[in-house]
Design a binder for this molecule. Structure first.
Ligand code: HEC
Length: 137
């Protein structure tokens, strides 16, 4: 009985160390680099990997992201010049971040799925879409 508990506690400790090591690896693997993209704009390397990771380009045309040619949603070029997000939310950074984090809450039934972006991820992507380099704050 007691030994069983010890073994379980031991396993939990080992698992924990594993998780910590994996997260350290991930932190190391993501240097916050700003690089010029193909359109000559300076973009955050992190934002472009997030756009690829979430597959945004499957539904949207996004300049500067290889293969982002989707036709399901509107093209995201010159996003800063747009008046409204999804046709009705004023295009402010706050609204854009909220939209990216949870489009279904802002417009139930929209074809854009809620992908559970963190606010840091949404801010990075919003910075990219507005065309400036925006490290997570
Ligand atoms: C399954 C397809 C799909 C995916 C995946 C998707 N979107 Fe969308 N997105 C849409 C559709 C459809 C709309 C239009 C929604 C509306 O007007 O109701 C939209 C709207 C938007 C808008 C507002 C555009 C405008 O002009 O109003 C932004 C910004 C946006 N998406 C960014 C993203 C980002 C960033 C990702 C990845 C994290 C993403 N989308 C993933 C389908 C998608």
């Amino acid at each position: 009985m007691f030994r069983g508990a010890l073994i379980i506690a031991g396993l939990a400790v080992i698992l924990h160390i594993g998780v910590i090591l994996i997260s350290l690896e991930r932190v190391k693997a993501k240097p916050p680099l700003a690089m010029p993209d193909t359109t000559g704009r300076v973009v955050s390397q992190e934002a472009s990997s997030l756009l690829k990771h979430y597959g945004c380009g499957g539904c949207h045309y996004i300049p500067g992201i290889a293969g982002a040619n989707g036709k399901v949603g509107p093209g995201l070029e010159q996003f800063a010049n747009r008046a409204y997000i999804a046709g009705h939310l004023p295009n402010t950074p706050e609204n854009l971040v909220h939209w990216l984090m949870n489009p279904q809450r802002l417009e139930p039934g929209t074809a854009m799925p809620t992908m559970n972006l963190t606010s840091t991820e949404a801010k990075l992507i919003a910075g990219f879409l507005y065309g400036y380099d925006n490290d997570a704050r």
